[in-house]
Design a protein around this ligand. Structure first.
Ligand SMILES: *[C@@H]1O[C@H](CO)[C@@H](O)[C@H](O)[C@H]1NC(C)=O
Ligand SMILES: *[C@@H]1O[C@H](CO)[C@@H](O)[C@H](O)[C@H]1NC(C)=O
Ligand SMILES: *[C@@H]1O[C@H](CO)[C@@H](O)[C@H](O)[C@H]1NC(C)=O
Ligand SMILES: *[C@@H]1O[C@H](CO)[C@@H](O)[C@H](O)[C@H]1NC(C)=O
Ligand SMILES: *[C@@H]1O[C@H](CO)[C@@H](O)[C@H](O)[C@H]1NC(C)=O
Ligand SMILES: *[C@@H]1O[C@H](CO)[C@@H](O)[C@H](O)[C@H]1NC(C)=O
Ligand SMILES: *[C@@H]1O[C@H](CO)[C@@H](O)[C@H](O)[C@H]1NC(C)=O
Ligand SMILES: *[C@@H]1O[C@H](CO)[C@@H](O)[C@H](O)[C@H]1NC(C)=O
Ligand SMILES: *[C@@H]1O[C@H](CO)[C@@H](O)[C@H](O)[C@H]1NC(C)=O
Ligand SMILES: *[C@@H]1O[C@H](CO)[C@@H](O)[C@H](O)[C@H]1NC(C)=O
Length: 409
């Protein structure tokens, strides 16, 4: 009420256009139910407060004229709006929150470059983004259950969280992301999704599922865990990755995967799990891997496993193959705990088993494999079961993405 009065005073005095380079209007909430409500605000260049669009509105809502929204912009549970746009807005400092919109098909913010966070969930008619300048800055990006085939226009250099799930038509996601501090989750999108982060240097946790390629040519450090489940790629290569500082590396149920190559990797802070990637018969892409902070667990159709630099495994070492790996086993046996006749480089229990037809049936073996280890159970337990994100709960995260996101808001 208060600022509406100010606005009319300004408009009446003809101040609005004169001051159009910076005219700040302040209100807790700007409620928009029609284009006319927006027109009433066009003497403002900055809206300080949250902009909330109601559920009984015109089909087109055009914010052109407003430069900055210093607050949230939200449009929820609406089946009337088909076009939401602005040709002048450069910044939304709070959340850009769009959820449960069945008719929104045009989202066009040509000048928008900076957003506090993006939460776009259940936008089932949205098939294209028109973000010509492109969003360069957002702390968190959640895009879930949309009809988008590309995320061009969302290209941040750095973020806390990026969660892209259940976008069934999404086939490409390429970003100049340089680092990410909390979690990257990509899950249950289009069946031929190609992901590329050519400039990514370090990343906290990442969980990647159902993608057909994943390129991280510059990645040096994973601060948390790196998990790949049920992807469609045939090879994974991280040429510059040297370590995961505290988390796991895991590849589970990637049916077509034949080749994992991480030539510079020396340290895995957590556990090392390779399971049920049935096309993979050789594990030979880790020539420098020296230290594993958790357990080493491998299950698969292997004939050859080589970890020539390995000399410190804090947890158990447990390898089971459907094929004959006896020659690999005799090499690894030399690293077994002294109680098992080895040199003690492996601190937990050593197991190496050939010709076991059931090798692929256990895709989360840490709980059994390492708990029989002695003093090393602490760190090996941390390995694959890291703080509750198990391989199984990842699927839930993706499928229940909408619910998870709702809790994050
Ligand atoms: C519109 O929003 C109001 C307040 O949130 C809600 O009570 C009402 O059910 C909504 N109407 C429709 C059609 O969704
Ligand atoms: C989605 O929005 C519609 C109105 O467009 C509403 O009737 C429905 O309850 C909303 N669904 C959810 C899950 O909030
Ligand atoms: C994160 O990445 C951005 C973009 O590459 C870069 O400007 C910034 O310095 C990086 N921050 C850290 C802490 O590495
Ligand atoms: C992750 O590791 C990189 C490289 O060691 C470091 O610069 C960065 O600060 C770490 N980030 C976090 C969130 O710990
Ligand atoms: C990675 O996720 C685990 C489990 O949620 C958490 O404990 C850890 O702090 C995260 N690491 C980073 C660097 O965010
Ligand atoms: C890989 O690391 C080397 C050495 O740090 C660096 O010179 C090279 O540019 C990196 N490659 C990529 C693709 O980032
Ligand atoms: C092994 O992977 C296949 C897909 O390649 C999947 O169908 C099967 O359920 C997985 N097995 C287990 C035990 O997870
Ligand atoms: C595995 O991939 C690496 C890196 O792309 C490549 O150099 C190597 O030749 C591949 N190995 C096999 C057996 O295909
Ligand atoms: C992997 O081994 C299982 C069990 O012996 C077998 O049924 C399956 O056909 C093998 N898969 C491949 C791709 O070799
Ligand atoms: C997608 O990945 C999840 C595991 O994160 C898996 O359960 C699901 O079967 C996969 N879907 C397809 C179509 O591969």
């Amino acid at each position: 009420m208060f600022s509406k009065q100010i606005l009319s005073v300004l408009a009446a005095a003809g101040v609005a256009s004169a001051a159009s380079s910076s005219n700040i209007c302040k209100q807790d909430t700007f409620t928009i139910n029609s284009q006319a409500d927006i027109t009433d605000l066009l003497s403002c260049t900055t809206l300080t407060g949250d902009v909330v669009i109601g559920n009984q509105t015109d089909a087109t809502l055009d914010f052109t004229g407003i430069k900055v929204i210093d607050g949230d912009l939200s449009l929820l549970n609406n089946n009337l709006v088909s076009t939401l746009k602005s040709d002048t807005t450069t910044e939304i400092s709070g959340a850009f929150h769009l959820q449960n919109l069945t008719t929104l098909s045009t989202l066009s913010f040509g000048d928008l470059t900076s957003v506090g966070s993006i939460n776009w969930v259940s936008l089932t008619a949205l098939d294209v983004l028109t973000f010509t300048a492109g969003i360069k800055s957002a702390k968190s990006i959640v895009v879930s259950d949309t009809f988008l085939s590309s995320l061009d226009g969302l290209d941040v250099a750095s973020a806390d969280t990026i969660n892209i799930n259940n976008n069934r038509r999404l086939v490409s996601y390429s970003s100049s992301l340089g680092n990410l501090t909390t979690l990257l989750n990509i899950n249950a999108n289009g069946l031929d999704l190609q992901v590329s982060f050519p400039e990514l240097i370090w990343i906290a946790n990442m969980t990647i599922s159902n993608v057909s390629s994943f390129d991280v040519p510059s990645l040096k450090v994973v601060n948390g865990s790196m998990r790949f489940d049920s992807n469609f790629f045939t090879s994974f290569n991280a040429p510059n990755l040297t370590e995961t500082t505290s988390g796991d590396i895991s590849f589970v149920s990637n049916a077509e995967l034949t080749n994992i190559t991480i030539p510079m990797l020396t340290t895995i802070g957590g556990g090392f799990l390779i399971a049920n990637n049935t096309a993979m018969d050789k594990v030979t892409g880790f020539p420098k891997l020296k230290t594993v902070g958790g357990a080493v667990n491998m299950r698969g159709n292997f004939t050859d496993i080589e970890l020539p630099a390995l000399n410190d495994v804090k947890g158990a070492f447990d390898i089971v193959s459907t094929g004959d790996i006896s020659s690999s086993c005799s090499t690894f046996k030399k690293l077994a705990p002294s109680s098992q006749g080895g040199g003690g480089q492996i601190q937990g229990k050593y197991t190496c088993d050939s010709n076991n037809a059931e090798a692929n049936s256990d895709t989360n073996p840490t709980s059994t494999g390492s708990s029989s280890g002695s003093s090393a159970t602490g760190s090996s337990g941390n390995g694959n079961a890291a703080a509750g994100i198990s391989v199984n709960s990842l699927a839930v995260l993706g499928l229940a993405g909408v619910a998870v996101i709702a809790q994050m808001l």
